[in-house]
Design a protein around this ligand. Sequence first.
Ligand SMILES: *Cc1c(COP(=O)(O)O)cnc(C)c1O
Length: 505
Amino acid sequence: MSSLGKVRPHQTQNEGLVFEKSAPGKRGYKLPPLDVPEVDAKAALGSAYREEKAGLPELSEIEIIRHFTRLSTWNYAIDLGMYPLGSCTMKYNPRVNEFVARIEGLADAHPYRPESLAQGVLEVIDLLQRCLIEITGMDTITLQPAAGAHGEFTGILLVRAWHESRGNARRKILIPDSAHGTNPATAAICGYQVENLKSNAQGGIDLEALERQVDEDTAALMLTNPSTLGVFENEIHKIADILHAKGALLYMDGANMNALVGKVRPGDFGVDVMHLNLHKTFSTPHGGGGPGSGPVACKKFLEPFLPTPVLTREQGSGNRDQKTNSELHWEYDRPQSVGRVRAFYGNTGMFIRALAYILANGPDGLRQTTEDAVLNANYIRKNLEDLYELPYKTPSMHEVVFSDKRQAVKGVKTGDIAKRLIDYGFHPYTVSFPLIVHGALMIEPTESESLEELDLFIDAMRSIAKEVEETPDLVKSAPHSTRVSRLDEVQAARKPILRWRPEAK
Ligand SMILES: *Cc1c(COP(=O)(O)O)cnc(C)c1O
């Protein structure tokens, strides 16, 4: 395997710009002879007429097809192989979801369609709401938020509105040092001070520290469970009790629900409000920048504050649904609502996909999914723990976090190992996160991977560990099989060059 370092980039990786491939006169189409009177475009268009040529590339059809097909292979995708990006749950998105989302009546439903003609899609939304309420053990839900972070924002708005309704919004929100970066950002944008909570040696919340820190000014604790260390918070019910005794609420970041679905329900262990990431746990596509969906589920006492509109069922009204003798309506008149957080009703296409996934799996399938996700993470852990440092010995849930401590002795960092993994055909794991682990390697295989694929990944990681010992420079200069090797990532993010400039060649 280590001979891979000498592999020359595949032709697809050497693809040039479409402009560079252009040659005058090439074309991918042929127009029929003119059968209408010719007009003088310049005279007809007046000042809108452009004098200089647009400079569009000229290519044949097959050249265009090849160009864009090759470019498409520069992106790694779950459809190409394992995507162990920790904290992101890059699971396979079953094709049945796509099939269902494209069913005409659903795909074409316009948000301005009158409610009486939109009962079908409203039933889909209602059924998804009921499924998610059952899965989380909460009382009510809004599907409006468009992503996880947006769900956090909505959830903390609910917390704030509830405290305000009791006369005092309170000032601070507690956040453990193992939290996802979006948590403190959410608290701050909702006008709260963030107070850091130190994790204990097992990677969990230190209950004594929590008791000392919670006071009458604490609005909530935002807790990711399982945490970004992949550790389940065993004493979460006690955490809830400590908060509730001081009138504070427990917010759960449920982005890691892939480790819990079908096994435990946050509503049963004291959580007041939480968000889900449909684009993680419930297999709607993600990684390309959206659209996502971050529903917020909460307990009954927070219901009055939910974003408007809220889906309600009216019994015996229009008799649209013969079975239930009821009709669904959007309710807008909710005086205590935090208001709207998203245009229309949220990303409906994601709801349909998530519901298709839930129904295709059924309760047993969802539980199996959770068990397989946890099993896969622990299989990787067992097969790598002799070569990579495990900073927390607490059992792993859906993901396992190693550190680069042993490889750092040879001057090789987590980022180098991740880049070398690209040469072995895998997407890198999550690098340098969570922050409480120095040089973290955060690996989340998800349930999608077979034993064979997991073994390939383990072989690659073991082979890289060996390379670190024998030829560290090979790892430090990886990847060797891609179009470009090491980018100046800061420069690339801050000063992207988005326009083709022939003179810059
Ligand atoms: C992914 C993630 C988020 C943010 O979700 P987005 O949909 O990316 O906004 C928040 N918390 C945790 C723990 C996550 O893994």
